[in-house]
Design a protein around this ligand. Structure first.
Ligand code: ADP
Ligand code: MG
Ligand code: ZN
Length: 415
C-alpha cells in the first residue's frame, strides 16, 4: 500500500537570558552541579516566582519572528507530575492561553516552497537533569543537577503539515536560522538549548483522516530527526500492511541502532491536572509593547535571501548558502561593499573559503582571513596580476599563515 506521512514537530528552545525565568539564578551552562540554584528554583515551600521580563520579551520576539499573533492576555499554568528532576512537583508552563498562536514558517525542499503553520508558542521552565550512576562511580545511584531547573524555554508547536523527513529537517533548519538571527536562542543542540519531539503518523494516500500518531521524544540533531521519522514511517507502514493497528505511544530513538523503541503507551500517559498558577499574575500585552518588540527584530534570513538576490543579482542558491548564518551573510556583504562583483565573491566564499573552514572545523566568525584581506586577493585576479588558479594556492597560504595576498604573490614571484 502507498502511504502519506504526516508529521508535526514540537521544538523546545532555550531563551538567551542571563538569569532563570522565575528567579535570579544564572543560566550559565557547565557550572558544577547545583551551583545555579536558590530556594525558588529548588521549589522550597513558601517561595514565590517572579517573571523575568527579558525572558518574556525574547519569547515575544520568537512569536513575532515566526508570524504568530501575540495573545493580549496570556497566563501561566501548573502542569502537575512527579519526577525527581522536577523539585516542585509541577512545571510552570502555559496551557489554555499561550503567548503566541497562528504563525508559520516558509520552507523549501527540492525547489518547492511551502508554508508550515505554527499552532502555538508558549513559555515554560525547564526541568533539572538526572545523572545515572553508570556514568559515575556508583552504578546503583542516580544524581540530580538542578542547574537547568527554571531555565526559560519556549515550546514551538507546528501543525501536522510536514510530509517527509526532509521537510522536517528543512523546517528545523529554517526555524533555527530565524532564532539565531534574531538572537532569541543560541540554539546549541549539544548543550540542549534546542530539542525536538517528532509526532509521526501515516495514512493511505487519498485518505482524509489522520492515522494514529506516535511521538518520538528528545531528538538532539536534525539528522536524527530525519532518520527517526524515516524509520518510524517504515515501521508503521509494516504494521498497517499486516492489517494491524499502530499504537499511540511515546517512543525514543536509538541513534546507534537507527531504530525507535517504545517509552510509554497512551494508557500510561500523564494526566497533568493543569490549572492557572495562582502565584503568577496574567500577562497583559498591549499593541505598543508588541510594536516595541517588533522594532528589535533584525532582517530575518528569508528577507535577507530575497534582498541578496534582488540587489546583488546572485542566484537564489547562492543567496541561500550565504544567508545560512548571519555572520556569513555579513562577511559576504563586507566583501561586496569593497569589491562590487558579488557573483565572484559568492563563488569564492562558497568554494574555497567554506572548504578551508570546513577542513578546520571552524565557523566564519573564526576565519583567519578578513573580508578586506579576502577582497585584496580577488582584486589581484581582477587586475590580471595572478590567475584564478594561482589565486587558489595563494588563498590557502593566506588562510594558513595570515600573510596578505600581495606579499605572498611578491615573495613567491607569482605575478
Ligand atoms: P501533546 O501534548 O499530546 O504532544 P501537542 O498539541 O503539544 O500535544 O502536540 C501535538 C503535535 O502533534 C503537534 O505538532 C501536531 O501537529 C502533531 N500531530 C497531531 N496529530 C498528528 C497526527 N495524526 N500525525 C502526526 N502529527 C500529529
Ligand atoms: Mg507532545
Ligand atoms: Zn534560582
Amino acid at each position: 500500500m502507498n502511504y502519506e506521512m504526516v508529521i508535526g514537530l514540537e521544538v523546545h528552545v532555550q531563551l538567551k537570558t542571563q538569569s532563570k525565568i522565575f528567579c535570579s539564578c544564572s543560566t550559565t551552562f557547565g557550572k558544577p552541579a547545583n551551583e545555579n540554584t536558590c530556594p525558588v528554583c529548588l521549589g522550597m515551600p513558601g517561595v514565590l516566582p517572579v517573571l523575568n521580563k527579558e525572558a518574556l520579551q525574547l519569547a515575544m520576539k520568537a512569536c513575532l519572528s515566526t508570524n504568530c499573533r501575540i495573545t493580549p492576555m496570556n497566563r501561566f499554568a501548573r502542569k502537575n507530575y512527579f519526577y525527581p528532576d522536577l523539585p516542585k512537583g509541577y512545571q510552570i508552563s502555559q496551557f489554555e492561553l499561550p503567548l503566541g498562536v497562528g504563525g508559520y514558517i516558509n520552507i523549501q525542499t527540492n525547489g518547492v516552497k511551502k508554508k508550515i503553520g505554527l499552532t502555538r508558542i508558549h513559555m515554560e521552565e525547564d526541568a533539572g537533569k538526572l545523572i545515572h550512576g553508570e556514568n559515575l562511580d556508583s552504578p546503583d545511584k542516580s544524581y540530580v543537577d538542578f542547574n537547568r531547573t527554571g531555565v526559560p524555554l519556549v515550546e514551538i508547536v507546528s501543525e501536522p503539515e510536514l510530509r517527509s523527513g526532509e521537510e522536517a529537517r528543512e523546517y528545523l533548519t529554517q526555524l533555527k536560522s530565524i532564532l539565531d538571527y534574531a538572537e532569541i536562542s543560541d540554539c546549541n543542540m549539544e548543550e540542549g538549548s534546542l530539542r525536538c519531539d517528532a509526532n509521526v503518523s501515516i495514512r493511505p494516500i487519498g485518505q482524509k483522516e489522520f492515522g494514529t500518531r506516535t511521538e518520538i521524544k528528545n531528538l538532539n540533531s536534525f539528522k536524527f530527526v530525519q532518520k527517526a521519522i524515516e524509520y518510524e514511517v517504515a515501521r508503521q507502514a509494516k504494521i498497517l500492511d499486516q492489517g494491524e493497528r499502530v499504537k499511540q505511544e511515546t517512543r525514543l530513538y536509538d541513534s546507534d541502532r537507527g531504530e525507535t523503541f517504545p517509552m510509554r503507551s497512551k494508557e500510561e500517559a500523564f494526566d497533568y491536572r493543569y490549572f492557572p498558577d495562582p502565584d503568577l499574575v496574567p500577562i497583559i500585552i498591549d499593541n505598543a509593547w508588541v510594536e516595541r518588540i517588533l522594532k528589535t527584530i533584525p532582517e530575518l534570513p528569508e528577507q535577507k535571501r530575497e534582498r541578496f538576490v534582488s540587489s546583488y543579482k546572485i542566484p537564489e542558491y547562492d543567496a541561500g548558502v550565504l544567508t545560512s548564518s548571519k555572520p556569513l551573510a555579513d562577511y559576504f556583504e563586507q566583501c561586496a561593499n569593497q569589491f562590487p562583483q558579488p557573483k565572484i565573491i559568492s563563488n569564492w566564499i562558497m568554494g574555497d573559503l567554506l572548504r578551508e573552514l570546513k577542513k578546520d572545523g571552524k565557523e566564519i566568525g573564526e576565519c583567519p582571513v578578513s573580508p578586506s584581506e579576502f577582497v585584496d586577493l580577488l582584486k589581484l585576479i581582477d587586475s590580471g596580476t595572478i590567475s584564478g588558479n594561482i589565486a587558489k594556492g595563494v588563498f590557502e597560504e593566506m588562510y594558513q599563515t595570515q600573510k596578505p595576498a600581495g606579499r605572498i604573490v611578491e615573495e613567491k614571484e607569482l605575478t
